[in-house]
Design a protein. Structure first.
Length: 186
């Protein structure tokens, strides 16, 4: 079923919207949660929480053109919150590693004054990524959105670890320069 029709089911509060969403995106949503939590059972719980949250958020939102991105953002936040609550030591280490990497180029959230500024920062990062090659963008998103490990990225794209690490390092440096040019300082 097309995303637009699924969203129409949510808008009309038809419960089949959830089963249609699960059929189309369930596996991909669980993969996002599982990559964060490394626990299949909790990932399934996060998937169900995502459907509930989508039920609450549609309407007023109408993500007809970007349903998976909408759901992906929801499940990602749910999984991260769950991870923080569970204080999973192994995953906390991954968060610390990724946070340290991104702190090199992204302003501290305490210095971002309001939601408008955070939205603008998001737009700037998206513009930066649109200027990268498709492969660079894919690797960056796999690492910092989906929390893929370096080895998972290597396997997915057939790259060596040094290539992936170098690519990510250069992209973070370029992002920092880009953000500074746009008026953000780290």
């Amino acid at each position: 079923m097309e995303d637009e029709k699924i969203v129409e089911l949510y808008l009309s509060k038809d419960e089949s919207a959830i089963s249609q969403t699960a059929q189309k995106y369930g596996t991909r949503l669980r993969q996002i949660a599982d990559s964060i939590l490394e626990d299949t059972q909790i990932a399934e719980e996060c998937e169900n929480d995502t459907y509930f949250k989508a039920w609450e958020l549609i309407p007023p939102n109408e993500p007809k053109a970007y349903l998976f991105a909408f759901l992906g953002r929801i499940i990602r936040h749910i999984a991260i919150d769950r991870c923080r609550r569970n204080n999973s030591t192994k995953r906390q280490a991954v968060f610390c590693e990724l946070t340290a990497e991104m702190q090199e180029c992204i302003p501290d959230k305490n210095r971002i004054e309001d939601m408008t500024e955070a939205t603008e920062l998001s737009r700037i990062i998206n513009r930066f990524l649109s200027n990268c090659t498709q492969m660079q963008c894919d690797v960056f998103v796999r690492r910092y959105w989906f929390f893929d490990s370096i080895s998972e990225i290597c396997k997915r794209y057939g790259f060596s670890q040094s290539k992936v690490k170098t690519m990510l390092f250069r992209m973070r440096e370029e992002l920092r320069t880009y953000l500074e040019k746009e008026g953000y300082t780290v």
